[in-house]
Ligand binder design. Structure first.
Ligand code: ACO
Length: 713
C-alpha cells in the first residue's frame, strides 16, 4: 500500500482537474448526477466527462477515452459497472491520474475481494491512490468540488463528515440542508481498500475551514494507525464519532478473560475516550454537537450559570448539567453581587438564577447582560418557560440580541425555550439562523457538555509515552520454544519467567525436581508456602489435585509433595510431570485483574479491573490502547467502579496504586513489543498498602496465532 502523503492527498481534495469515467448522457444515471454536481457545484478546475459515445454533457465536451485527454488529470471518478472498473483503472494509471474515487459497487462487500485487492495493488504500484470502491464520492468546500451523486446544493460550512455508510452519508447531506448545517467536506470511505479514515483525517485536520469532524464508523481496520491519527486530530479540533454495531459476538470469541471482557464496544468506547474523541449516541446528537461547535466560541473556563424564569425547568437543567459534565458556578457571594440588581426579591440568586415567572424580555436582557459582564462566568444556559406575562412577540429579538452580544465577547450562550406552538416556531426559526436554541433541556446542555469534555481532555493530556525497556530477545526465546513444541500457551513457570524479565514482581518461586529440593526451597522462601505441579499435560492443576496451599512446616511440605505426585498420576494418567513448584504464600491484599492483549481492531490494549473470583460477574473493567503513559494508565484504573477499594475504605490505608500502574505498563509493553504474544492475564494482582508494592500471583499467557508485523510497521 502506498504510504499516506499529505501533498498527494491535496490532489484528492483539491484536484486541478477531474475526469468522470462513465459520465452518462442519461439524466437518471449516477454517472450523469456526478457530472452534474461537478459541473454545477462551482468547481473551478478542468472537467473531463468520459464516455465512449462522446458528445456533450451540460455543455461540457465528452472524451471517448481518458487517453484522449491531453492535459494532466489529478482525480478520476469511476462510475462504470464493476466489470469495467479494473480496465478503467488501468487507463487512469496509463494517464498518471493521481487519485481515483471508485463509486461503483460490486467488490469486497459482495465477496469480490480478490479483484478489489488486484485493483489496489495495480493502482498503488503505478503511484495512484484509490478511494472506495462502493462509495458515494467526495465533497470539499475549499475547492467547491462536489464529486458525489448527492442531491445538489450542499451548504459550505465548518463540519467535515467521514462516513463508512454511503446511504447514511447521502441522507446526512439532506439533513444538513434541513438543519442549515454547513459542511467543509463529506465523503464516504466505502470498502476503504486503500484510502481510509486515517488518511482523510490527516488532510482535514489542518484544513482551516473545518472546525469539527464527524465520523460514522461501523468497524475499524488498522486500528493502531487510526488511534494515532485520532490522537493527532483531537489535539487540533474536536472529533465526534457515531459507531454502530454494539455487538458482543467478538467478545465471545476471545481466548482469555481479558478477551471475554473486552466486548468490542466497551473497548471501542474506552479507546475513543482515550483519544479525546466525543462519542455521540445518535446521529441526531452528533449533528447537534457539530452544529453548535462549528458556530460558537469555546468557553474560557468551566463556570456555567443557568438563568431561568421557572424553578422546575432550572432544576431539570441542573440535573442535565451534572449528567453532561457541565460545572455550575457556585460562588454565592459573587452570584449575589452580579445578580441581585437584576433579580426580584422573591427570585433566587443561587445558581440556577431564577428571575421568576413574571420576567419579561427586558428582565432577560438585564440578567443575561449581567452574566455577560462577569468575567468569572464562562458560559450561560438561558431557559424560558412560556408564560402569559412575557412579551412573546419580543422573544426572538431578545434571543438574537443576546446571542450576538455573547458571540462578540466570545462567551457561549445556549437557549432552551419550552412551551406551545409559538415556542416551537421560535426554536425552528432561530435554530435555522444557527443560534443555539433548543426546545428540550437535554439538547441545550449536551453540546456544552461535549465542548467541556473535549476541553478537559485537551487540558489533561500531553502526548508523552512512557517507554518500558526489557530484554525482548529473552522473552522471544521462551515464546519460540513453546511454538517449537506446537503450543499456543505458556506453562506457568514460563509465564513467570517472562514476568521476571519484564520486572513484574511475582511471588518468590522455585521449581523443584525432588522432595529434598522442595523442602530446601520451602525453607529458603520461608513458611507458609504453596506447592503446584508443573506439567504441560495438566492445565487445570487444582482439578487434578496438583495444588496444596498454606503449608506451614517441613512435614506438610513432604506430605504435600507425595499427595501431588500421587493425585496427578491417578487423575491424569501418563502426564509428564516436570517438577513441583514451591512458592511463597502470598499475603492478602486488594485483588485486581490486569491484562494486555492484541485487539483485532486496535492492536495492543491493556485492561484492569476488580480481580479474584468475581471478575466475570462484576465485569468491572477499563481499557486503554497504545500509546500509553502513566497518567493514562492511572486514569484507566480510576475508571473502575472498585477504585475506592484501592483508595482505601473504612479507615483502610490507600493501596500501592503506583505499583499497579507499573504492572499495567509492563504487561502492555510485553504485548506491544513481543509480537509472538497475544494475551496476558494476571488474576489476581494482589495490591498492598502504599509503599508495599503489588504482586502478580497467577499469570496466563497465550501466543499469537496470526503473524504480527513489526511494531513500527
Ligand atoms: N468508459 C467510459 N464510460 C463507460 C465505459 C468505459 N469503459 N463503459 C461504460 N461506460 C458508460 C456507459 O456508456 C454509460 O453511459 P450512457 O448512459 O451514456 O450510455 C455509463 O458509463 C454508465 O454505464 P451503465 O452500464 O449504464 O451503468 P449504470 O449507470 O447503470 O451503473 C454504476 C453504473 C452506477 C457504477 C453501477 O454499476 C453501480 O455500481 N451502482 C451502485 C453505486 C453505489 O451505490 N455505490 C455506493 C454508494 S454509497 C451508497 O450506499 C449509497
Amino acid at each position: 500500500m502506498l504510504k499516506p502523503d499529505y501533498q498527494n492527498m491535496k490532489f484528492l481534495f483539491e484536484p486541478r482537474s477531474v475526469a468522470i469515467v462513465g459520465a452518462s448522457h442519461s439524466t437518471k444515471k449516477i454517472g450523469y448526477q456526478v457530472t452534474q454536481n461537478v459541473v454545477t457545484g462551482g468547481y473551478r478546475g478542468r472537467i473531463y466527462p468520459i464516455n465512449p459515445q462522446g458528445g456533450e454533457i451540460l455543455g461540457v465536451p465528452v472524451y471517448k477515452t481518458i487517453e484522449d485527454v491531453e492535459e494532466d488529470i489529478d482525480l478520476a471518478c469511476i462510475v462504470v459497472p464493476a466489470k469495467y472498473v479494473f480496465e478503467s483503472i488501468k487507463s487512469c494509471c496509463a494517464k498518471n491520474v493521481k487519485h481515483s474515487l471508485i463509486i461503483t459497487s460490486g467488490f469486497s462487500e459482495v465477496g469480490n475481494t480478490e479483484e478489489e485487492n488486484e485493483i489496489r495493488e495495480y493502482a498503488n504500484a503505478h503511484g495512484m491512490r484509490i478511494m472506495g470502491p462502493n462509495m458515494f464520492g467526495l465533497y470539499f468546500s475549499s475547492s467547491a468540488l462536489n464529486a458525489t451523486f448527492s442531491p445538489p446544493g450542499i451548504i459550505p460550512g465548518g463540519v467535515a463528515i467521514i462516513t463508512q455508510s454511503g446511504a447514511l452519508g447521502l441522507a446526512m447531506i439532506g439533513k444538513t440542508a434541513v438543519e442549515n448545517m454547513g459542511l467543509s467536506s463529506i465523503c464516504s470511505v466505502g470498502n476503504k481498500c486503500d484510502i481510509d479514515e486515517a488518511d482523510l483525517l490527516e488532510y482535514l485536520v489542518p484544513h482551516e475551514d473545518t472546525k469539527v469532524i464527524l465520523m460514522y464508523i461501523e468497524g475499524v481496520r488498522n486500528g493502531e494507525r487510526f488511534i494515532e491519527a485520532l490522537k493527532k486530530a483531537t489535539k487540533k479540533k474536536p472529533v465526534i464519532v457515531v459507531k454502530s454495531g454494539r455487538s458482543k459476538r467478538g467478545a465471545a470469541a476471545a481466548a482469555s478473560h481479558t478477551g471475554s471482557l473486552a466486548g468490542a464496544d466497551n473497548v471501542f468506547d474506552a479507546i475513543m475516550k482515550q483519544c479525546g474523541v466525543l462519542r455521540a449516541e445518535s446521529v441526531q446528537d452528533a449533528f447537534t454537537w457539530c452544529k453548535y461547535i462549528s458556530n460558537n466560541p469555546f468557553p474560557r473556563g468551566k463556570e456555567t450559570v443557568i438563568v431561568t424564569n421557572g424553578g422546575g425547568i432550572g432544576v431539570l437543567e441542573t440535573d442535565a448539567c451534572e449528567q453532561y459534565g457541565v460545572s455550575l458556578y457556585d460562588n454565592a457571594g459573587k452570584l449575589k453581587d452580579v445578580f441581585s440588581p437584576v433579580t426580584p426579591d422573591f427570585g433566587s440568586m443561587k445558581n440556577p438564577i431564577d428571575i421568576t415567572g413574571g420576567a419579561k424580555s427586558r428582565h432577560y436582557d438585564e440578567a443575561l447582560g449581567a452574566a455577560l459582564k462577569c468575567k468569572s462566568i464562562h458560559s450561560v444556559l438561558a431557559l424560558y418557560c412560556e408564560t402569559a406575562v412575557f412579551d412573546s412577540e419580543k422573544l426572538p429579538e431578545m434571543v438574537r440580541r443576546n446571542y450576538e452580544n455573547y458571540k462578540k465577547q466570545g462567551k457561549p450562550i445556549l437557549f432552551s425555550l419550552f412551551g406551545g406552538q409559538k415556542m416551537e416556531e421560535a426554536v425552528m426559526t432561530l435554530s435555522g439562523e444557527n443560534i443555539p436554541v433548543y426546545s428540550n433541556i437535554k439538547d441545550s446542555v449536551s453540546p456544552l457538555g461535549a465542548v467541556y469534555t473535549y476541553k478537559n481532555y485537551l487540558e489533561a493530556h500531553a502526548d508523552d509515552m512512557d517507554d518500558i525497556a526489557m530484554d525482548i530477545d529473552a522473552i522471544n526465546e521462551i515464546v519460540d520454544k513453546a511454538r517449537a513444541e506446537d503450543r499456543y500457551f505458556l506453562l506457568t513457570h514460563e509465564a513467570q519467567h517472562i514476568m521476571t524479565i519484564a520486572g513484574v514482581p511475582i511471588p518468590q518461586t522455585i521449581i523443584t525436581s525432588s522432595m529434598a529440593e522442595a523442602v530446601k526451597s520451602a525453607e529458603a522462601i520461608g513458611y507458609p508456602v504453596v506447592m503446584k505441579v508443573v506439567s504441560k499435560d495438566i492445565i487445570h492443576k487444582s482439578d487434578a489435585g496438583g495444588v496444596a496451599i498454606n503449608l506451614l512446616n517441613e512435614k506438610e511440605v513432604v506430605d504435600a509433595y507425595e499427595a501431588i505426585m500421587r493425585n496427578c498420576k491417578t487423575n491424569v494418567p501418563g502426564a509428564l510431570i516436570e517438577g513441583i513448584e514451591v512458592a511463597e504464600m502470598v499475603k492478602a491484599g486488594t485483588e485486581i485483574i490486569a491484562g494486555a492483549k492484541i485487539d483485532p481492531s486496535f492492536g495492543p490494549i491493556i485492561m484492569v479491573g476488580l480481580g479474584g473470583i468475581y471478575v466475570e460477574v462484576m465485569k468491572d473493567v477499563a481499557f486503554r490502547a497504545y500509546p500509553l503513559n502513566r497518567r493514562e494508565v492511572l486514569s484507566m484504573i480510576s475508571e473502575i467502579r472498585s477504585y475506592p477499594l484501592l483508595l482505601g475504605v473504612r479507615g483502610e490505608k490507600t493501596k500501592d496504586i503506583d505499583s499497579l500502574v507499573d504492572i499495567n505498563l509492563k504487561l502492555g509493553a510485553i504485548v506491544h513489543q513481543c509480537r509472538g504474544i497475544s494475551d496476558i492475564e494476571v488474576n489476581p494482582v494482589v495490591v498492598y498498602e502504599q509503599g508495599k508494592g503489588a504482586k502478580a500471583v497467577d499469570t496466563r499467557i497465550l501466543l499469537s496465532r496470526e503473524q504480527r508485523g513489526d511494531i513500527n510497521g
